[in-house]
Design a protein. Structure first.
Length: 223
């Protein structure tokens, strides 16, 4: 075989490999984005809005979250811990009737502590803790975001930001979904919203009824 034929074959093979690589990258892009959208759900839409509709920027942010926190091991709670957290959440709900803002603050602190107990970054690193939670509990993490925002929405440390009782009530109701996800790992492990990675792998029989919370008897007072 002549040198010219060999060179021609090498060029052809190289061209084929380049084309194959380009096609693979093109095919990979939508799948990656689709996977992120399925995994993050509403968090995907929030990231997209935060980046003014820039899909690549939003997906880059979410992919970085997965890279940082996707392998996080969620530590299961022992029964005594679970009982304590459930009792404290019930107390916060009951406190809402007379002191809604204080109750929302209790919920914010309790979620931070519970997430820390499950192995997420410490509550003192709120943004990092929120990012990690969004990877593993994307469909419910906004409840934590809302109670944290209401709790810390102050002007000069004294004046309220304008958050009304209904907004506070809604934040508490939404935050409860994340609380239940964290306090009952069996529901999370077998739930619809797992992406299949990063869980602690434990599953126990669910025997406790869900906490109910009704405002039908008495409306909370503005604080």
């Amino acid at each position: 075989m002549s040198t010219g034929v060999i060179i021609a074959l090498i060029v052809i093979v190289a061209a084929v490999l380049v084309v194959a690589a380009v096609l693979a990258l093109r095919a990979r892009g939508p799948q990656h984005g689709g996977s992120l959208k399925r995994r993050f759900g509403p968090e995907y839409d929030r990231a997209l809005a935060r980046h003014d509709g820039d899909t690549k920027a939003a997906e880059r942010e979410l992919a970085e979250r997965v890279e940082r926190h996707g392998s996080l091991h969620q530590r299961p709670l022992d029964p005594a811990e679970r009982e304590s957290f459930e009792a404290r959440w019930t107390a916060a709900q009951e406190r809402f009737v007379d002191s809604p803002r204080e109750a929302v603050g209790d919920a914010d602190r309790l979620l931070a502590e519970l997430a820390g107990a499950r192995g997420f970054p410490d509550g003192g690193q709120y943004e990092e803790q929120l990012a990690a939670l969004s990877v593993h509990h994307a469909h419910h993490v906004d409840g934590y975001r809302r109670v944290h925002r209401v709790t810390h929405a102050r002007v000069d440390g004294a004046q309220d930001s304008g958050a009304g009782t209904e907004e506070m009530r809604e934040s508490m109701v939404e935050a409860r979904a994340l609380f239940e996800d964290l306090v009952r790992p069996d529901r999370h492990d077998a739930g619809r919203h797992r992406a299949g990675t990063g869980g602690d792998g434990s599953a126990t029989a669910h025997t406790r009824p869900h906490h109910s919370w009704s405002f039908s008897k008495r409306q909370p007072k503005e604080s």
